[in-house]
Design a protein around this ligand. Structure first.
Ligand SMILES: NC(=O)c1ccc[n+]([C@@H]2O[C@H](COP(=O)([O-])OP(=O)(O)OC[C@H]3O[C@@H](n4cnc5c(N)ncnc54)[C@H](O)[C@@H]3O)[C@@H](O)[C@H]2O)c1
Ligand SMILES: [Zn+2]
Ligand SMILES: [Zn+2]
Length: 368
């Protein structure tokens, strides 16, 4: 079958892949559509170290084609969105509704594939850049048959990650203010999550001025072109300090309540901290190389109740949040079709990567 394989030195679009039958608690899914997330690129460029050979892709939707003997929640023919969390369901984290904290969801690489006859690993427990893949039952979440696969697939990472960061991790309240750094597939979903939460100012920041139109369509009230403007001054100009509130001479006043680094660069995360008002919190969503550190004056946190939070996969509970995203889409509140900038067959993968690297896409989607 066809698929996209990370070889250790690059990437191959191949028809020399194979996948076996699902085990008792597994599901085999015929992929229909798969979004290309920056994390796939980060494997190829070495930012995220991964085993090779392995099948890339972790944002997908398709049709169940076979289920293991113990699977009860889906059956062949069901349309599903795949979640990357192969959570165990029984640990303390899972039992308290935090599957993103389940230790079974990190580093649980398996080898459901063969590539040129040799075992090949999965990526992010999903590997959706293949005509068929195998996941745990808990990862296959049934959706309505009438949601287009090219839109549904994006829920599997970009939408859950972005909207979830706002609703689950930050729990933004109506009237609060926010800045979003990097309005690609993840950042645009942070923007629309903020719109859903009722944020009063949503400042999108990107180094590609062409992103302004997209950002505003998803709910941004303001846009800062970080290639030509100092983003700290620009965000503070949008949400300035109220002169009637004394600042105690400490400075660091004005700015937003929430900021989201959807780029994954330490200078961006530092800027995300610098645009915060007193009491504000920055969320680290972008993934830089391992060992990356950010420097910050601890006083600028400790004196003024500022915070820094990590956020994995939108702190999502997939069996709650994926149906919620579908409901919000079907009621017209969540934009999914508008995230699909282009669709291409697997052979068009490199064109999508080029478009992403040029900052031109909301999402590029592969179809099978
Ligand atoms: N924490 C998680 O669970 C999680 C989940 C998915 C993706 N990610 C990470 O999130 C990041 C974004 O992923 P994506 O798929 O949205 O990427 P993307 O390529 O679609 O978008 C990145 C955007 O950032 C912009 N950008 C680049 N440098 C910038 C800068 N210095 N200042 C402002 N904007 C800048 C680009 O122009 C682009 O619009 C990646 O690091 C990815 O690995 C994390
Ligand atoms: Zn992703
Ligand atoms: Zn668990």
């Amino acid at each position: 079958m066809r698929g996209i394989v990370y070889t250790g030195s690059g990437v191959e679009v191949t028809d020399e892949l194979d996948v076996g039958l699902p085990g008792p608690t597994e599901v085999r899914v015929a992929m229909a559509a798969a979004g290309v997330c920056h994390s796939d690129l980060s494997v190829i460029n070495g930012t995220i170290p991964w085993k090779a050979p392995s099948v890339l892709g972790h944002e997908g939707a398709g049709v169940v084609e076979a289920v293991g003997s113990e699977v009860r929640s889906v059956r062949p023919g069901d349309h599903v969105v795949l979640a990357t969390l192969a959570s165990c369901g029984t640990c303390r984290a899972c039992s308290t509704g935090h599957p993103t904290w389940c230790v079974r969801t990190l580093g649980n690489v398996s080898q459901p594939f063969t590539y040129r006859g040799e075992p090949a690993s999965n990526f992010a427990a999903t590997s959706v850049f293949a005509e068929s893949t195998i996941v745990k039952e808990v990862q296959a979440v049934k959706i309505a048959d009438d949601v287009p696969f090219t839109s549904a697939c994006l829920i599997g990472c970009g939408v859950l990650t972005g909207v979830g960061a706002v609703l689950n991790r930050a729990r933004v309240r109506p009237g609060e203010t926010a800045a979003v750094f990097g309005v690609g597939g993840v950042g645009l979903n942070v923007v629309q999550g903020l719109r859903l939460a009722g944020a009063s100012r949503i400042v999108a920041v990107d180094t590609q001025p062409a992103k302004e139109e997209l950002a505003r369509r998803f709910g941004a009230t303001d846009f800062v072109d970080a290639s030509s403007t100092d983003p700290v001054a620009a965000v503070r100009a949008v949400v300035p300090h109220d002169p009637s509130r004394p600042s105690g001479g400490l400075g660091w006043t004005g700015g937003v309540t929430w900021s989201f680094d959807c780029v994954g660069h330490p200078s961006v995360l530092r800027t995300a901290l610098d645009v915060l008002d007193w009491g504000g919190t920055a969320l680290a969503i972008g993934i830089p190389p391992q060992g990356t550190e950010v420097a910050v004056d601890v006083n600028a946190l400790a004196y003024v109740d500022r915070g820094l939070l990590g956020c994995r996969y939108g702190s999502a509970r997939p069996h709650h949040d994926i149906p919620l995203m579908v409901d919000l889409y079907q009621s017209g509140q969540l934009l999914l079709d508008e995230l699909v900038s282009e669709t291409r067959p697997l052979e068009g993968f490199r064109d999508i990567v080029a478009g992403m690297e040029a900052g031109q896409l909301a999402r590029g989607v592969l179809t099978f």
